[in-house]
Design a protein around this ligand. Structure first.
Ligand code: CTP
Length: 445
């Protein structure tokens, strides 16, 4: 008996999939189809798969062509599968020519001509590509445009900047169609915007966009006060528009896993979270009052760790800030957050450099995430007896901005107004802590 295996995502099952399976099956007597998990697809940068693993397995089952269905979960699995299942032939579409030649050591590799004119990507985009406009023409905006190329179904069409000249320069450099200085003009040409302008301008831009039904992905901090954040979410709910705070870490696979592992009980009840993020800055708006300073610039990351790991029911916030010159901005701050049963300490610095790590302390053990913890690729669960320690590895692709954009696009496409990866209540709690921390610090230095 000749055993054949093939692999794929099989999202929105189409004619190309069916024809591939038919030909793969015809190569032998028994066909094994491996369907990828969301995790595996995430790790290889295939974001925006529309159907769940169960639905995609069902697609393959319904084709009636598979004798056996397995799941592909990790890199390197093909080598093991081929041996375990005593596979004679590995078959895959011609879009992969050459990529799987290494499997010739284990079985015969056959590349089958891909069916022209159909793909899951096209079907996912059938509802149209999501047109996005960028507000602001600074560094983060440029990185965002570059990252957007990794998210299917999204097209960055236009940029809006207060200075038309800098918008035009940005558009030319990043090959965008349109550059405008008039925000209302931008709103007319796109379905969604990404706000990456100075912090103090977020609220107004977001509000104007939501009012005309344009979805908003807003750089952190979304606003500088709790009241404004609450108001924007209310307005977004009313207008049925997606509003999401662009805290990239929240949407990255490694961080989500770390939170899940921390909350599943192995380390016992979480009693303390210590998170640090520092980035030295010598000039620019980060150093300018009233909106600059280490808290508004960077504290969102450590605050994200606090709200995701402990919660939003804090009872007190106390802040110590380094401010070498009166009237200047604070350059380093420690925000201590008290909860009924736990504490968190969020350190941020633009004029002091510290180790950017994260420690989640529980009653039985702790989780250690080394710097840069906000791009979580690795973490360790540690115990009194180091033999019990466990290590976890994940992939964090590029800049990470692709993860927030993929989530944003998913929400818009599926009419989901709130992401469990960063709930509205969590953004509101972060705004609340940030506002209190900035309003009333105890200065030193
Ligand atoms: N395939 C094919 N013809 C197509 C589309 C896919 O032969 N028109 C093959 C692929 O080469 C692969 C298998 O079907 O061997 C599963 O591919 P998958 O990645 O699930 O499908 P795509 O439509 O290519 O998905 P995407 O657009 O998301 O990359």
């Amino acid at each position: 008996m000749t055993r054949v295996i093939t692999y794929g995502t099989f999202d929105l099952f189409h004619e190309g999939h069916r024809r591939l399976l038919e030909r793969a099956k015809a190569l032998g007597d028994y066909l094994i189809v491996a369907v990828t998990t969301e995790n595996f697809d995430d790790a290889r940068g295939k974001l925006n798969v529309a159907q769940s693993l169960m639905e995609r397995i069902q697609n393959v089952r319904d084709s009636g062509l598979a004798d056996e269905i397995i799941v592909e979960e990790y890199e390197g699995q093909k080598v093991n599968d081929i041996q375990r299942h005593r596979v004679d032939i590995f078959a895959i579409g011609s879009d992969w020519v050459g990529k799987f030649d290494y499997l010739n050591d284990y079985c015969k590799v056959v590349y089958l001509e891909r069916t022209k004119g159909v793909s899951s990507t096209e079907l996912r985009n059938a509802g149209g590509v999501l047109k996005v406009g960028v507000v602001g023409s600074g560094r983060i905006a440029a990185r965002f445009v570059a990252e957007a190329r990794f998210v299917s179904g999204v097209s960055i069409e236009a940029v809006c900047s207060r200075s038309l000249e800098s918008a035009q320069r940005f558009a030319a450099k990043l090959e965008l169609e349109t550059a405008v200085a008039d925000f209302d003009e931008l709103l007319q040409s796109v379905q969604a915007i990404y706000i990456a302008s100075p912090h103090g301008t977020h609220y107004d831009y977001a509000k104007r966009a939501i009012k005309v039904g344009v979805h908003v992905l807003c750089e952190k901090p979304m606003t500088l006060t709790k009241a404004q954040t609450v108001e924007l979410f209310e307005l977004a709910r009313e207008r049925k528009v997606v509003l999401l705070e662009a805290v990239k870490t929240a949407f990255s696979p490694g961080f989500q896993r770390m939170v899940a592992v921390a909350r599943m009980g192995f380390i016992g009840r979480i009693r303390s979270v210590d998170a640090t993020f520092t980035k030295l800055v010598d000039s620019g708006r980060e150093l300018q009052a009233p909106d600059g300073g280490s808290i508004s610039e960077l504290a969102t990351y450590p605050l994200l760790a606090a709200v995701k790991l402990i919660g939003t029911d804090f009872t007190d916030v106390h802040t110590l800030s380094l401010r070498p010159s009166a009237g200047g901005v604070e350059l380093f701050s420690r925000i201590d957050i008290k909860y009924p049963h736990a504490i968190a300490s969020a350190r941020s610095g633009i004029g002091v450099k510290a180790e950017g790590d994260l420690v989640v302390a529980g009653e039985h053990g702790y989780i250690y995430v080394p710097a840069p913890w906000w791009k979580t690729e690795y973490f360790e669960m540690r115990f009194e007896d180091s033999q019990d320690n466990k290590r976890y590895y994940y992939k964090f692709d590029g800049d990470g901005l692709r993860y927030e954009l993929a989530e944003f696009a998913y929400m818009i496409r599926n009419g989901v107004l709130e992401s469990f990866k960063l709930r509205q209540e969590e953004s509101i709690a972060m705004a609340d802590i940030l506002e209190r921390a900035r309003a009333n610090p105890e200065y030193f230095g």
